[in-house]
Design a protein around this ligand. Structure first.
Ligand code: MN
Length: 268
């Protein structure tokens, strides 16, 4: 088995504990990675769901074990909680062996570029201003998802069921929040932190955007639908990759950084 040499790996939205977390893909990809640093960019364990459905699948333990084994093999693990594992935020900054727990962190690449790393719900207006609405949305999503998972094998032979629900969720998120507003809020936060870009998750929408002026927005995607991750190569480049069962780790086709209009970021 070949391992991918890289300085850092960024994984978000694993949603361990949920039946729709793609643990097989996660286990396969973790076997190929030996990064110096592994960032877990939030919603790693879906505690929010486990509070309603306290059934922990064995595959979730296997993924946690694989992560801890990477830590024992020398990788530094940094867990940045999201809104589905926000109970960990109550612990504050904590170091447990090779695992570091913190709200956000600045990652510096080997070529000196600085990236603010955080889950991103901190900049989601729905989650911060209307937590009840976000909770209700999550609950409806979970119920609809379970219904579709039950219905799908009865309706067709398609392997993956969540696309419709995910699309609806994505439309709702885009409607309520707007991905571009979310991206701008995070880039503003990054600029305020003196960083050259942001690496986040939360909206389950993998992306690598480069703005005039060099600011970068990278969204790690998720391990429910997209099976995507961000890596820092040995020469300090950030790349968005997708795991494919047949082809392994591949650059994400849409990942070519697209220069877009100058971002009007007013730092207050
Ligand atoms: Mn989230």
């Amino acid at each position: 088995m070949t391992t991918l040499a890289c300085n850092a790996v960024f994984l978000s939205d694993l949603h361990l504990g949920a039946c729709w977390s793609d643990t097989n893909a996660l286990l396969a990809v973790l076997q190929q990675l030996r990064p110096r640093r592994l960032y877990l960019v939030g919603d790693v364990v879906d505690f929010a769901l486990l509070r309603q459905f306290p059934q922990w699948p064995a595959a979730g333990t296997a993924v946690l074990r694989a992560l801890l084994e990477l830590g024992q093999a020398g990788s530094e693990l940094i867990w940045l909680p999201g809104n589905h594992d926000d109970c960990l935020r109550h612990l504050g900054r904590l170091r447990l062996g090779s695992l570091d727990l913190c709200e956000q962190v600045v990652h510096t690449t080997v070529n000196g570029r600085r990236y603010l790393v955080l889950h991103g719900d901190q900049c989601d207006g729905v989650v911060t201003r209307y937590p009840g609405l976000a909770w209700l949305g999550g609950l409806l999503h979970d119920r609809a998802y379970r219904l579709l998972r039950w219905l799908q094998p009865r309706l067709s032979a398609r392997r993956r069921t969540p696309s419709l629900v995910s699309r609806v969720k994505s439309w709702v998120k885009q409607g309520c929040l707007g991905i571009s507003a979310y991206r701008e809020a995070l880039l503003l936060r990054a600029r305020q932190a003196g960083a050259d870009g942001v690496i986040c998750g939360h909206v389950h929408s993998p992306s690598h955007d480069v703005f005039d002026g060099g600011m970068e927005y990278l969204n790690c995607g998720d391990w429910v639908e997209n099976c995507t991750l961000v890596i820092e190569t040995m020469d300090g480049r950030l790349e968005l990759l997708r795991w494919d069962e047949a082809a392994g780790l591949q650059p994400l086709a849409t990942a070519a950084p697209q220069p877009v209009a100058e971002l009007a970021l007013a730092v207050e």
